[in-house]
Ligand binder design. Structure first.
Ligand SMILES: Cc1cc2nc3c(=O)[nH]c(=O)nc-3n(C[C@H](O)[C@H](O)[C@H](O)COP(=O)(O)OP(=O)(O)OC[C@H]3O[C@@H](n4cnc5c(N)ncnc54)[C@H](O)[C@@H]3O)c2cc1C
Length: 399
């Protein structure tokens, strides 16, 4: 039997340690005093553990290096994850968008399942144990100068929510072995704006809008759904998804199409109808049926129209400017929020360094990586935990 060290007890490391224990004597090192500290806060404490859609559709929801995950996803699928939880006595439920949660609504119950798996398979769990040195001497790995192992799995997580323990050790270890680490960027993160109108719009949620980003002069991304204004900028599902698309882009310009279901002509006709109904009112009062109240003044201002002008005095050009602004409300991009506020870290150990069928380093025999430390990331919906579990499974089973 080989001696295997797993560094980091997030979902990836716990799964790797459990699977590795079938053929190896495993020690799992965790710097926190408990297992799965980040896992505990996932899904607002409910843990969206995976997604119920067909595994072949998962790749659409991976925003970086989806192809690299092919073997991992098919070795241990979402259905395998659900079955594992169910077999361990934890029922699951499927919610909107195929999101899977434990029926108890408690992430702590998911952590308990991992704990029971680890204990029953004889994994030695070392809590409050930080690994801060890792070297290879001949064919042995030396941890913290005195612990000797035949193989090591690095599952130290990303670089966000650092209070949970994801402090970036894995990147340092990888670099110390000469492996490439791709630039770290925030992913699934809110966006900061430089717009004075935020003070008027904070708290406003827009539904069924298109959130549009134009980047590097030629690329356009579009996300349909919900967007929320905050005191610093914007958040919500469309914004989080968009952050994954633009986190490496330059010259970002943002827009909202407030009426994506209508084309310009249809919207113009709609505005005309509203103007007819409110012919003797001023413009601010004529848009109440079309736009949320908080937004009316902002849109009129962006369209360059006087807020007190009477509807019957508005020119055709002004009306067309209004229609254009409703379909292209400009937002002044400042930056993505800091990486520490990101739900996941984009970038990490380059997938070109790793054998996708085993998760072993191509350069350093016996050294494996799994989970968020790798340069892979997905959108919300349970995909990031499935990445952790599938890559953890493959790494552990391959040693
Ligand atoms: C608020 C929030 C909500 C989320 N919700 C969801 C969700 O509902 N669904 C979903 O799919 N994803 C969700 N995610 C993302 C998901 O939590 C991560 O992608 C996942 O936890 C990554 O797993 P991991 O095992 O790779 O790393 P982590 O969970 O970060 O675990 C890494 C572990 O390694 C330990 N460690 C690090 N360095 C060392 C060292 N040198 N020595 C010893 N131990 C070390 C850390 O203490 C940590 O416990 C959420 C993330 C956040 C922040």
């Amino acid at each position: 039997m080989k001696k295997l060290a797993v560094i980091g007890a997030g979902p990836a490391g716990m799964m790797a340690a459990y699977c590795g224990s079938k053929n190896n004597e495993v020690t799992l090192f965790e710097q926190n005093e408990k297992l799965g500290k980040k896992l505990y806060i996932t899904g607002k404490g409910r843990c969206n553990i995976t997604n119920n859609r067909d595994i072949s559709e998962f790749f659409e929801e991976i925003s970086r290096n989806g192809k690299f995950l092919y073997s991992a996803f098919y070795s241990f699928t979402n259905k395998d994850m659900i079955k594992l939880l169910n077999d361990m006595g934890l029922d699951t439920v499927v919610e909107r968008g195929g999101r899977v949660f434990p029926k108890t609504d408690k992430s702590s119950d998911v952590i308990k399942v991992y704990e029971r798996l680890l204990k029953s398979s004889g994994v030695a769990i070392k809590l409050g144990y930080k690994i801060n040195r890792l070297e290879k001497k001949k064919d042995k790995f030396i941890l913290n100068d005195n612990l000797e192992f035949d193989a090591v799995i690095i599952s130290t997580g990303g670089f966000s929510y650092r209070s949970t323990g994801s402090t970036g050790w894995g990147y340092k270890f990888a670099e110390s072995f000469g492996l490439k680490v791709e630039d770290l960027k925030p992913a699934l993160v809110p966006i900061e704006l430089d717009d004075d109108f935020l003070k008027d719009l904070q708290g406003l949620t827009l539904k069924n809008i298109d959130f549009i980003a134009k980047v590097n002069k030629k690329m356009t991304y579009k996300e349909f759904g919900e967007l929320l204004f905050t005191h610093f900028g914007i958040s919500g599902p469309t914004v989080l998804r968009m952050s994954n698309r633009i986190n490496r882009s330059k010259n970002v310009r943002l827009f909202i199409d407030l009426k994506p279901a209508l084309d310009y002509k249809e919207l113009d006709e709609r505005v005309l109808r509203d103007f007819e109904s409110y012919i003797n009112k001023n413009i601010s009062n004529a848009l109440v049926d079309l736009l949320p109240k908080k937004l009316i003044g902002v849109i009129i201002n962006l369209a360059g129209i006087r807020p007190d002008i009477s509807v019957n005095k508005i020119s055709k050009e002004e009306r067309q400017k209004l229609v254009y602004t409703i379909k292209n409300m400009p937002l002044n991009f400042k930056s993505l929020m800091d990486i520490n506020a990101a739900i996941v870290t984009s970038g990490g150990v380059s997938v070109r360094e790793i054998n996708p069928s085993t998760m072993e380093s191509k350069k350093v025999k016996g050294l494996y990586f799994c989970g968020e430390v790798l340069d892979v990331e997905g959108f919300t919906g349970g995909y990031n935990l499935q990445i952790a579990n599938s890559t953890g499974y493959l790494a552990g089973s391959s040693v």
